[in-house]
Design a binder for this molecule. Structure first.
Ligand SMILES: [Zn+2]
Length: 558
């Protein structure tokens, strides 16, 4: 390929995943196995990490400032959405010190009617650091993996195992917040042990990465990234990246709005353990955000006055969080009293693990907190969307590095899943399942309690599930409440063990935000639990902004 650095910079994309980036010098993006880099060489624009390892761009400075453009603030006005972008930068900020651990990737599947903003942001920042799409690069034989365990070099061409953050598609409802081994290897390859620090700025002059929003005129493209390079480069890279532009699409489909989908659950624990409670702890999975969106601390006569969330120190479970509620000395929750705790986290699929009530002497009692999560059974009915060129006012002549939708899916069944912790000493008994459709934004975490259940019941809005009755679940098992669908939609293991109920009487509220209540206890009578969950809520999302952002005047090369 010949590139004309003066005029053109970008050649048409011929098939799906070839991505082209145009900087002032007209470079091609490239990818490496697990490592995606960009370069000016053909074929396909992916760096040959074996033959020409320095043929790529990387940042030459270690403190990189990002700024939210007015277009982003207009399209994504909720401050909680900016927090999701900040978490995405934090993921890369800590890459140099992140051990790989035993788990290759942290992608979570599961259909929901939104696109996860943090997932998109982690991906696009990867492009701004010089990475491309591993599965696309592999199509050109230019995806690479280390040949020596524990090191990012030397490398050899290899197929990416899958689920990498830098894969070119992500489906609605899926999340992928944690760098896989592939991205960690790519970071190591370009930056070694250098610790890049990402800081937020309000200054136009100091902006290195601009976060903006625009109608990309491609409803299945979630965002695009443009890294800009100049000469000379650094020791590891022939070119220096000096500016990055990330553009989120404001005009995706109504059920593909880019945002955040949280879930809140409160629990009532009736303490029959025979000892007072000094503290309670709950581990959660599937989000590493160390700041819960909300927590409920047993307000009333025996409040937990100290709440803490600790990130996992376990490199094999990077998303686990440990939440702890503590009473002051001599403020313990008495025997026979009820303790109320709860959490709202920034993903829809988190679950409570290893919940415990801890007595003043340190004796821990496992308690049967239930997790409810909405559930869809979908079937793929098409091919993944190509990273199609987008028309965007500022970049009409350029082709992006983007992130596009996974293949179209058709919903076959929907409902919710109840799960019990694996840490329980014996089976849990679940009963009194009740469900109510509630308006969006009507309830906060503090409202998820028995009073709300009773108020909803008084208004005759609570629906029981006729076929549920009392169910016994072994530790760690899931139970499916199928509101729309058939037994054939239930996963085979749950079907074989009769861990499902068909509830066609709830079909009319299957798509509504749902208040779910279930009672639970364990065979050893150490406590009874009421679980109050709010699931299926609408995402906190951006709003459709049809205007095209004003063309951005690119920062001159230093
Ligand atoms: Zn991409």
């Amino acid at each position: 390929m010949r590139l004309n650095p003066v005029r053109m910079a970008c050649l048409p994309v011929r098939f799906v995943a070839i991505v082209v980036v145009c900087g002032v010098t007209g470079l091609w993006p490239a990818n490496a196995s697990g490592m995606a880099f960009w370069s000016a060489v053909s074929p396909g624009g992916y760096t040959d990490l074996v033959g020409s390892p320095t043929d790529r761009g990387c940042w030459g400075k270690t403190t990189i400032a990002y700024r939210f453009a007015p277009s982003f603030l207009a399209a994504f006005p909720n401050p909680g959405l900016r927090d999701q972008i900040r978490l995405a930068f934090e993921e890369w900020d800590t890459a140099s010190a992140t051990p790989p651990g035993s788990q290759y990737a942290y992608k979570h599947a599961g259909y929901k009617k939104y696109v996860d903003l943090r997932t998109v942001a982690v991906h696009e920042i990867g492009h701004i650091l010089g990475l491309a799409h591993p599965e696309e690069a592999h199509g050109s034989g230019r995806n690479f993996a280390p040949t020596v365990a524990g090191s990012c070099s030397p490398v050899a061409a290899a197929a990416p195992p899958g689920d990498e953050v830098m894969q070119h598609t992500i489906s609605a409802g899926n999340t992928n917040h944690v760098l896989s081994h592939d991205e960690l290897n790519a970071y190591c390859s370009s930056y070694g042990t250098v610790d890049l620090d990402f800081v937020e700025t309000g200054s136009i002059l100091s902006t290195d990465i601009l976060i903006r929003a625009a109608d990309l005129f491609a409803p299945n493209t979630w965002a695009v990234a443009h890294p800009f390079t100049t000469l000379p480069g650094t020791a590891a890279c022939d070119k220096t990246i000096f500016f990055g532009l990330i553009t989120f699409n404001t005009n995706t489909a109504p059920d593909r709005k880019i945002g955040r989908m949280s879930k809140g659950i409160n629990w009532d624990y009736h303490n029959l353990s025979g000892q007072p409670i000094r503290s309670m702890t709950v581990k959660t999975n599937t989000t590493n955000n160390p700041v819960p969106l909300a927590h409920y601390d047993n307000p009333g006569s025996h409040p937990f006055t100290l709440f803490t969330t600790s990130p996992s120190a376990d490199p094999d479970h990077k998303e686990d969080l440990l939440h702890a509620w503590q009473t002051p000395p001599r403020g313990e929750v008495p025997v026979n009293a009820v303790a109320h705790i709860g959490l709202e986290l920034d993903v829809w699929h988190w679950a409570a693990l290893e919940p415990k009530a801890i007595a003043p002497g340190g004796t821990a009692t496992a308690i049967a907190l239930v997790t409810a999560s909405s559930w869809y059974h979908t079937v793929v009915t098409g091919s993944p969307f190509a990273s199609a060129p987008t028309r965007d006012g500022a970049w009409a002549d350029r082709l992006p590095l983007g992130l596009t939708s996974g293949p179209p899916e058709t919903v076959l069944a929907s409902g919710f899943v109840l799960s019990v912790p694996e840490s329980l000493p014996g089976d849990a008994r679940l009963s009194d399942l009740a469900v109510a459709a509630v308006p969006d934004d009507d309830l906060t975490l503090a409202d998820l309690n028995r009073a709300t259940l009773q108020a909803l019941a008084a208004e005759q809005r609570v629906r029981s599930v006729a076929g549920f009755g009392t169910r016994t679940l072994a530790p760690g098992r899931d139970f499916y409440v199928v509101m729309r669908g058939t037994a054939g939609d239930v996963p085979p293991d749950a079907r074989a063990e009769d861990r499902f109920v068909l509830a066609p009487e709830l079909a009319d509220i299957a798509d509504a935000p749902l208040f779910v209540y279930v009672a639970s206890d364990t065979a050893v009578p150490v406590g009874q639990v009421g679980t109050f969950a709010l699931i299926n809520t609408a995402p906190l999302a951006g709003r459709a902004v049809r205007e095209i952002a004003l063309p951005y005047v690119e920062k001159p090369a230093p």
